[in-house]
Ligand binder design. Sequence first.
Ligand code: APR
Length: 231
Amino acid sequence: MKKKTIVVLTGAGMSAESGVSTFRDSGGLWEQYRVEDVATPEGWYRDPLLVTNFYNGLRRQLVTKEPCEGHRLLATLEQDYNVRIITQNVDDLHERAGSTSVLHLHGELFKVTSSRNPNDPSQIRTLPYDAPDVKIGDKAADGSQLRPFIVWFGEPVPNIEPAIELCGDADIFLVIGTSLNVYPAAGLLRYAPMGCPIYLIDPADVHCPMSVTHIRKGASEGMKEFISLLS
Ligand code: APR
């Protein structure tokens, strides 16, 4: 029998139990830093050193984190389903948990690229885990300053088109740990086929434009409940 396809949209709450900060919860990253300073092209032009150091710090933290049970349960679902993950997260915890189909909408923390042509694939490279820092003066292949391979606010989201296509393949749609505040990612639910069941795992209320089955739990406990609902 053909495997059903589960399309999963994840956000920062997916990695919260791994000890990675969310953005908009109380104590989240955007209470500690100004978005305009560290997550916009304007911030980068104003102070590349500040931005470089911010992402160096996030990389150093990520090295110390491990996937949580929720990441691992999602990976084991691949035994019985085609699981297609679309993540807003820039960490690599889905991959480290063993998920094989992960589309990153907002970039990847361990990748760096040209500040002149950030989306040119020939400019993107992956930093080694044991040397996660970038310095001002480190150059991309085209001679420009290396910048994080992160989609900042106000920049295009190159992976949104493939993400929209994936959504159309969903037999089941699962959303985990996102406040659905940031577009275009938050609009992806609208591309789920008509009648496709949508599940949402999040301990908090989330304003969602569609009718969903809300599993009001954290990612790991929520995944257990989701799996029990599938069987
Ligand atoms: N399990 C599941 N969800 C959780 C958990 C948990 N243990 N803890 C918190 N959450 C939920 C919160 O209730 C909230 O709804 O995770 C969500 C996190 O929301 P945000 O902090 O807004 O993160 P996210 O939606 O991923 O942000 C989207 O915004 O700043 C940008 O580029 C950044 O990709 C990010 C985007």
